[in-house]
Design a protein around this ligand. Structure first.
Ligand code: AMP
Length: 610
């Protein structure tokens, strides 16, 4: 059976899973970790680092270490989210050629999908190491509240990483799948997902026939753990400023250390009621004295600092229930997802809001990836145990701009996807030969307050009187939540199909070019690993042979045959050394056989003498 992996591409951590023998399992990386930091760095030598090794060097290489790229994916350069990131991120965000934003690491500029692709590629390799085969197909999760641009960009990231992303599913829906899979239950559940960067809430109906139907979903793609960390950072920075009149924000290295310390303090406060932030030598004073930062933060203080953030999630829950037309007591179980739901205040707020204790059975860091792999298996496996139907909804209203700058709704938010809607347009002027349509997503009545997905122009219309030419335009949202538009000239029957390309996205050519780069990297890295393996094997053998040389010489040096054998052994070792230096893997692999033969011979000689 073909394997499809499920990848939870998180803002801060990513996780990969696969279904084996009907059971979804999370795959650990070589270090034994089940989650991998969604971090990418470029070292001074130009080497790319992904995951734990990128995280470990983040403090000393803050400017060239990217975290939370997901917050920027599919965002426009002039969006408030990018402005916010510009003010707080230690790495360089620059304007891209399509009104998008890009990242500058060392002297190279990367698009956000390219950076996300590096993480996806890492997850793919973790799965391939475990499964021992190539896995070209994946289901990737995104926050439910992602719009079309963000989904398209995530798909682009998959393509760049050499993955066929067979479905994009929403994170809370994936969590519900993992929760309900194989349980044969009929239940209405809410999934509360507070991760590192985003908040999502979804209400679903799970039926014992295997149907998972989302009723409503809402969220905020800029509300997550990082905002909690930021509150601690602000508090520390302010305290330090009051004491020393120095703004630590001006120092990138200090800022990165503050970030790490803030996150650590936050996590500790989930378990203990007070913690000390201790950062020796954080900065030097004007007189060159080393200054230290040391402060105690209590859980109560921290809850004070972040109460409004938790409150905001409760308001969004309220909205979702309203949209679903459900009362709180109709929710039979609440599933917590995301690392931030370990925070006691969050758990308390959820219990108070839903008036019930959240379900304890799911692992908040792994449940999304597990759900993604279940969906992946269900898409390729027709056996009865994988028989399930996932019905998700579109998180945003889709519409077009009409006269006066208003937004005309075509597909309402929370409509089950896939879905489509056809609208007939007529010309509004005599002899009009082209019609331009602006496609938007959002909830505002005013078009300019919504997200512009793209625009398209239908040209070549027959010159005629106003209203005589009619066009049917069909707006479609597929199961990935991605929008496409088709138009048909009713007079000529001509079809025109337009994929709405996000204005902030990448062109097809760019994606292809990046795919090649990423492929070269994958090949390069695999070779690296092979070289390392061959080198280690050869060096071990060389070591053993060298250790045996004196003894062997003593035994055999008396005969020509013996001297000859020793000379040959030296040549074998020297050649192996040269091949190691040259990094000649095929040559070294062949030479390993010769080394092994020499080692066996030496052992034989020594064995005989002893
Ligand atoms: P996720 O995106 O689901 O991986 O969640 C990551 C977020 O959860 C980060 O902001 C972490 O700092 C946060 N987190 C992880 N563990 C804890 C914890 N024990 N207490 C509070 N927050 C945590």
């Amino acid at each position: 059976m073909e394997k499809v992996i499920g990848i939870d591409l998180g803002t801060f951590n990513s996780c990969v899973s696969v279904v084996e023998g009907g059971t979804p399992v999370v795959i650990a990386n070589r270090g034994g970790y089940k989650v991998t930091p969604s971090m990418v760095a470029v070292t001074e030598a130009g080497k790319r680092l992904v995951g734990h090794i990128a995280k470990r060097q983040a403090v000393t290489n803050a400017e060239n270490t990217v975290y939370a790229a997901k917050r920027l994916i599919g965002r426009k350069w002039d969006s408030p989210q990018v402005k916010n990131a510009l003010a707080t991120a230690p790495y360089h965000i620059v304007e891209g050629p399509h009104g998008d934003c890009r990242l500058e690491l060392r002297d190279k500029v990367y698009s956000i999908p390219e950076v996300s692709a590096m993480i996806l590629q890492e997850m793919k390799m973790i799965a391939e190491d475990y499964l021992g085969v190539e896995v070209p197909k994946a289901v990737v999760t995104v926050p439910a509240y992602f719009n079309d641009g963000q989904r398209q960009a995530t798909k682009d990231a998959g393509a760049i990483a050499g993955l066929d992303v067979i479905r994009i599913i929403n994170e809370p829906t994936a969590a519900a799948l993992a929760y309900g899979f194989g349980k044969n239950i009929d239940r209405t559940v809410a999934v509360y997902d507070l991760g590192g960067g985003t908040f999502d809430i979804s209400v679903l109906e799970i039926s014992s026939t295997g149907v998972f139907k989302v009723i409503s979903t809402a969220g905020d793609t800029f509300l997550g753990g990082e905002d909690f960390d930021q509150r601690i950072i602000d508090w520390l920075v302010q305290g330090f400023q009051e004491e020393h009149d120095i703004d630590l924000r001006q120092d990138r290295m200090a800022l990165q250390r503050l970030k790490d310390a803030a996150e650590k303090a936050k996590c500790e406060l989930s378990a203990v009621i007070e913690t000390e932030v201790n950062l020796p030598f954080i900065i030097s004073s004007a007189r060159n004295d080393a200054l230290h930062l040391q402060r105690v933060l209590t859980r109560a203080q921290f809850e004070d600092l972040t109460g409004d953030l938790v409150q905001r999630t409760a308001q969004i829950c309220e909205m979702t229930l309203d949209e679903a037309g459900l009362e709180k007591d109709e929710i039979e179980d609440v599933i917590l997802v995301g690392g931030m739901t370990r925070m006691p205040q969050v758990q308390r707020s959820v219990s108070e809001f839903f008036e019930r204790e959240p379900c304890k059975g799911v692992h908040p860091d792994e449940v999304v990836a597990l759900g993604a792999s279940i969906q992946g298996a269900a898409l390729v496996d027709d056996s009865p145990e994988m028989d399930m139907v996932l019905l998700d909804v579109t998180p945003h209203t889709l519409g077009i701009m009409v006269v006066g700058g208003y937004f005309e709704e075509l597909i309402h938010q929370n409509t089950t996807v896939p879905t489509s809607r056809t609208q007939t347009f007529t010309t509004v002027r005599d002899n009009q030969t082209a019609v331009k349509i602006l496609v938007l997503q959002g909830e505002s009545r005013r078009a300019d307050e919504n997200e512009l997905l793209g625009e398209f122009v239908l040209t070549g219309l027959r010159k005629a009187k106003t209203g005589e030419v009619e066009l049917d335009v069909t707006f479609e949202i597929n199961a990935d939540g991605i929008v496409s538009v088709h138009a048909k000239n009713l007079e000529t029957g001509d079809e025109q199909s337009i994929t709405v390309t996000a204005t902030s996205g990448l062109t097809k050519d760019e994606v292809e070019e990046m795919m090649e780069d990423a492929h070269d990297y994958a090949v390069g890295r695999r070779e690296d690993e092979e070289t390392e393996k061959a080198r280690q094997e050869a060096e071990t053998l060389i070591d053993e042979i060298e250790k045996l040389f004196p003894e062997v010489e003593q035994v055999v040096a008396g005969s020509d045959f013996g001297r000859d054998a020793i000379d040959k052994a030296r040549t074998v070792v020297e050649r192996a050394r040269t091949l190691i230096e040259r990094g000649d893997v095929p040559g070294l692999k062949e030479q390993i056989d010769a080394l092994a033969r020499t080692q066996r011979m030496f052992k034989g000689v020594v064995g005989k003498s002893g």
